[in-house]
Write a protein that binds this ligand. Structure first.
Ligand SMILES: Nc1ncnc2c1ncn2[C@@H]1O[C@H](COP(=O)(O)OP(=O)(O)OP(=O)(O)O)[C@@H](O)[C@H]1O
Ligand SMILES: [Mg+2]
Length: 505
């Protein structure tokens, strides 16, 4: 028998898919990556092609294994992590999606969410599911498909359709697809649908009925670390077990070893997502945060988290690059921003999909505020970077007021943490240390750890903690009064985004 020395992690993100082979020390040995198309059929709509995501996944796995010079026989376990909330509805008979995946950033369900809220408003089910009714979450997206795709409602009622977040879509395909594929999800992904009761970890029948989603469409919910079946016997990963599944932000929490209540991380990718471990307690936020499942090991109670979700962070840098042409590549933004001392009075509030935490306003749209003849593209580059830091500060303020406990340091990861100007400004805004670990592919690493713990490749979370190490730390250097002055101006700019979308926009 071949030594099974590696864990394979599949990280299916919003903009790209990665497969990464990790060794026992938690180091990435080899990787494959492929971007997929972002489809914007109308303003506010965002879609992905589920088939493209599936074929990219297989290609990335092949690349990663080839580059690591290993086969599936060297793989102890497979972990899966994914962009959350993005929803696929497919026909089990053919394996074909009935329409494109509706991405988490998509705002087409705004009206539907208002209808579902009725007299009780957006918080109608918040005490049970931890989330306000918002376009962000999966349940209303399923309902939209059933209401708007021809024949979908009838096929769903006849038991032919399945819904899934991307984890379910990939697992179903990996484990056989139309030939007996497993229809499952993990507790963290299920906690983003608005359909799971946070405390029982089961589908809430009443909410599913209110949303008019047939029970037969919903996957079975399982612990994040445990059994998700084995890959069909033919093909690249034949016979290997899937033993770890986590939504991408929860995977980052796991990969950052935030296993103790009060520990917090922020991932700077397409958006920014701050999660803090709240242990066995579901905290009901009074400050615009959501409660969610952090992770669950098989046979153990769930560990919960409080989350501040920020829709736009790195994607604002991509927008500067692709829509404005201010830079040729994302890393160039740092040089451009560093060519000026400050933001020149300019603020960008990237409310492209409305505002998520802590405001939850789907009627907000982006603004650039504070423009004068003095402002240059370098100031705008700076304002774009600063936007991530201000948004993070708003969320951390909310977190501390909800939990009543100060956050003493912030572990960070994701593509934007390569940007030292941003990281320094983040520390300046927060007034606490910002710490980047050695491995910044924390999302993929977290799913690898979950899968590895699931098969005993790693003994448990203590070993994950032992593997975590600090690479760089930024401490606040700016005068506090100045940091607060900038943040006050930011708050004025945020106010100007609100109420933009009305009847005739
Ligand atoms: N040096 C940089 N400065 C600022 N932003 C950067 C820099 N390098 C990359 N980014 C931004 O970081 C993002 C990529 O980060 P990352 O690779 O973590 O995201 P991702 O995992 O692909 O996102 P997702 O999982 O949401 O698809 C991009 O939006 C890009 O614009
Ligand atoms: Mg990612």
């Amino acid at each position: 028998m071949t030594d099974r020395k590696y864990v394979l992690s599949i990280d299916q993100g919003t903009t790209s898919t990665r497969a990464i082979v990790f060794d026992h020390a938690g180091h990435a040995v080899a990787a494959g990556q492929a971007e997929h198309q972002q489809l914007f059929p109308r303003p506010g709509w965002v879609e992905h092609d589920p088939m493209e995501i599936w074929t990219n996944t297989i290609q990335c796995v092949a690349l990663a294994l080839t580059r690591a010079r290993i086969t599936h026989l060297h793989v102890a376990a497979i972990g899966i992590t994914n962009q959350r909330e993005t929803t696929v509805v497919w026909d089990v008979r053919t394996g074909q999606p009935v329409t494109n995946a509706i991405v988490w950033q998509d705002t087409r369900t705004a009206e539907l969410c208002r209808e579902l809220g009725g007299d009780e408003g957006a918080d109608r089910w918040k005490d049970r599911v931890g989330l306000p009714l918002a376009t962000y979450f999966a349940g209303p997206k399923v309902r939209w498909v059933l209401d708007n795709v021809e024949g979908a409602r009838a096929d769903a009622e006849a038991g032919h359709l399945r819904m899934g977040t991307i984890d379910s879509w990939l697992i179903w395909n990996l484990t056989g697809g139309p030939n007996g594929g497993l229809h499952v999800t993990d507790v963290t992904n299920a906690s983003r649908t608005m359909l799971m009761d946070l405390r029982t970890l089961e589908w809430d029948q009443e909410i599913a009925r209110a949303m008019d989603i047939p029970r037969s469409m919903l996957p079975e919910i399982r612990p994040s670390v445990g059994d998700f079946g084995t890959v069909g016997s033919t093909g690249l990963l034949g016979g290997r077990p899937i033993t770890g599944v986590l939504g991408d932000q929860q995977a980052a929490l796991f990969g950052q070893a935030c296993f103790t209540p009060g520990m917090a991380k922020n991932t700077y990718g397409t958006g920014c997502f701050v999660l803090t471990n709240t242990g066995d307690e579901v905290i009901e936020s009074k400050s615009g945060l959501v409660s969610t499942v952090g992770y669950q090991l098989a046979g153990e109670p769930a560990v919960y988290a409080l989350e501040g979700s920020i829709a736009v962070a790195g994607s604002l840098i991509q927008w500067l690059r692709d829509n404005l042409g201010l830079i040729a590549s994302a890393p160039e933004v740092e040089e451009l921003a560093a060519s000026v001392e400050d933001n020149g009075g300019a603020y960008i509030v990237p409310a492209f999909s409305g505002l998520f935490a802590p405001h939850w306003r789907d009627d907000a749209r982006g603004v650039i505020a504070g423009l004068t003849r003095y402002v240059t593209k370098a100031h705008l580059a700076r304002a774009a970077l600063e936007a991530s830091a201000y948004q993070t500060r708003d969320v951390l303020d909310a977190m501390q007021s909800d939990s009543g406990r100060p956050i003493s340091e912030l572990r960070v990861d994701g593509g934007m943490t390569a940007n030292e100007l941003l990281m320094q400004f983040q520390a300046d805004q927060l007034g606490i240390d910002v710490i980047r670990p050695t491995v910044i592919e924390t999302t993929a690493l977290g799913a690898a750890y979950a899968a590895g713990v699931g098969v005993g490749f790693w003994s448990g979370t203590d070993e994950v903690t032992g593997n975590w190490s600090e690479e760089l730390r930024w401490s606040a250097a700016m005068d506090r009064a100045e940091a607060d002055r900038l943040h006050r101006n930011w708050t004025k700019a945020v106010e100007r985004t609100m109420g933009w979308v009305d009847g005739d926009t």
